[in-house]
Design a protein around this ligand. Structure first.
Ligand code: B12
Ligand code: SF4
Ligand code: SF4
Length: 389
């Protein structure tokens, strides 16, 4: 076995696959693409994703002096389709992205990456790992090492695991044998672009995060723009639509660590109504060690409120009403509750919206209440017109 084969075999033993190896020269083209996307404002709202990060992340030699090779790694997380247990029961349910059904992948990846780095340092190499939160552009490394190719959704598509992989890399000073980039592409397919409910894939290979449900429900610390709320649907954490429609994912077999199996309290769907007023203690107890913590309690409640508005189930009205009328609640949540009540309409929703003391409200919240009342009035006019014809 060559040294390269030995490393790949060890990475596969850890559960990674596909694994590839690329030379560690600078990612000049990727840097230009990332700079252009930053300039266009496509990553706005994520202050941590900035020009300095792109400069560092596209120069492996700045991350490890004497960097010669990048071991690019994919960790599969597809665990098959959810069973019936996750449907219906207990009122409206919010949809959770597949990557967040189980344990937080950062912890799972980190453990495995540490072992791979130890394997290399025991052979007198220098090595450093990166994954997701690190500055490297994980997809660029994966593409260069040939573990997958770029889809128009910007996802890396792999032959065996489709898009359902987490990406990571180990940069080392070892000189290794390199695997080649794949020459595949999407051809004339545009399914992901057509299916994206918010029009976030603004051009092939370009996602505008400000419209992407993944950003809106996870990273976003502010409001979900009113014109996008109905399109977010029941998604309370992330979005998988551009992956679900991708033909490359049609024949993927469940091939993931047990760590990624649904956990009690999380999984493919979560009951929405209990999330609306979840306490800080319950939020931590239930979501500790899962990716959902990233949205923070206020973000998850905001998403649940939007989901409840879209679910059309009047069972959510009492909790939404309490949120709207409680001036100890954050204006952000009260504003979204007003919107959800406007969507659900009905006499109790209307009563709550009329009862709120608009003059004492923050201007943004006042505007939300006015828009919700206008939405109910427009619905009533449509209803009356339909009856007349
Ligand atoms: C910021 C970020 C986001 C942002 C922005 C996403 C985006 N597309 O930029 C938001 C919050 C929206 C997001 C969402 C998601 N993310 Co994210 N995210 C990241 C992060 C931290 C940086 C990505 C980045 O650099 N974007 C900037 C732009 C410049 O890069 P890019 O969009 O990837 O674009 C590339 C291609 O378009 C290509 N390109 C550009 N022009 C052209 C032209 C041609 C012709 C070609 C062929 C290619 C090409 O080059 C670009 C650079 O690599 C990475 C982790 C990391 N450290 O890299 C994870 C990462 C990309 N995310 C990941 C995941 C899983 C997701 C979600 C699926 C989560 C979910 N289920 O909700 C969604 C998918 C949305 C989508 N379609 O991208 C995985 C992707 C795995 C994979 N198979 O590709 C990563 C790698 C995390 C990880 N370590 O596993 N994410
Ligand atoms: S994750 Fe959802 S919202 Fe974002 S680009 Fe894909 S389909 Fe569109
Ligand atoms: S859905 Fe089609 S266009 Fe989009 S990434 Fe998959 S193959 Fe490419």
């Amino acid at each position: 076995m060559t040294r390269t084969q030995e490393i790949i075999a060890f990475a596969e033993e850890l559960g990674f696959g596909p694994v590839g190896i690329a030379p560690a020269h600078a990612f000049t083209e990727t840097r230009a693409a990332a700079r252009a996307r930053l300039k266009a404002g496509h990553l706005a709202g994520m202050d941590w994703y900035n020009a300095a990060r792109v400069e560092r992340g596209t120069r492996p030699a700045w991350l490890l002096s004497e960097a010669r090779s990048i071991i690019a790694l994919a960790l599969p997380y597809y665990v098959g389709d959810p069973g019936k247990d996750w449907e219906a029961a207990g009122g409206p349910r919010g949809i959770v992205s597949r990557y967040a059904w189980g344990r937080d992948y950062h912890n799972v990846l980190r453990k495995k990456l540490r072992r791979l780095v130890e394997f290399l340092t025991a052979r007198d190499a220098s090595a450093r790992f990166f994954a997701d939160t690190g500055p490297m552009l994980d997809r660029a490394a994966a593409f260069r090492a040939g573990i997958g190719w770029y889809g128009k959704s910007t996802m890396i598509l792999t032959e065996t695991e489709g898009t359902w992989v987490f990406l990571a890399e180990v940069v080392t000073d070892l000189e290794l044998d390199y695997t080649r980039p794949k020459r595949k592409n999407c051809g004339s397919c545009t399914r992901c672009i057509d299916a994206c409910p918010t029009g976030a894939i603004v051009a092939p290979y370009q996602v505008d995060a400000r419209r992407c449900i993944s950003y809106l429900t996870i990273e976003n610390r502010g409001g979900i723009p009113r014109d996008l709320r109905s399109r977010v649907g029941m998604r309370v954490f992330g979005c998988d639509i551009c992956q679900e429609v991708c033909p490359v994912n049609r024949h993927v077999n469940p091939n993931a660590d047990d760590d990624f199996l649904p956990r009690p309290g999380v999984g493919p769907t979560v009951a929405l109504i209990p999330l609306l007023e979840i306490t800080a203690e319950e939020f931590t107890r239930r979501f500790q060690g899962t990716p959902l913590l990233r949205a923070k309690r206020e973000g998850l409640r905001r998403n649940a409120i939007v989901g409840a508005g879209n679910a059309g189930d009047p069972a959510a009205i009492p909790a939404l009403r309490r949120i709207l009328l409680d001036d100890r609640e954050a204006p952000l949540l009260r504003g979204h509750a007003a919107w959800a009540l406007g969507r659900l309409a009905g006499s109790t929703a209307l009563e709550a919206l009329r009862r709120v003391n608009v003059r004492a409200l923050h201007p943004e919240l006042r505007e939300e209440v006015a828009a919700a009342l206008a939405a109910i009035a427009a619905g009533e006019r449509r209803h009356a017109a339909a009856h007349q014809t």
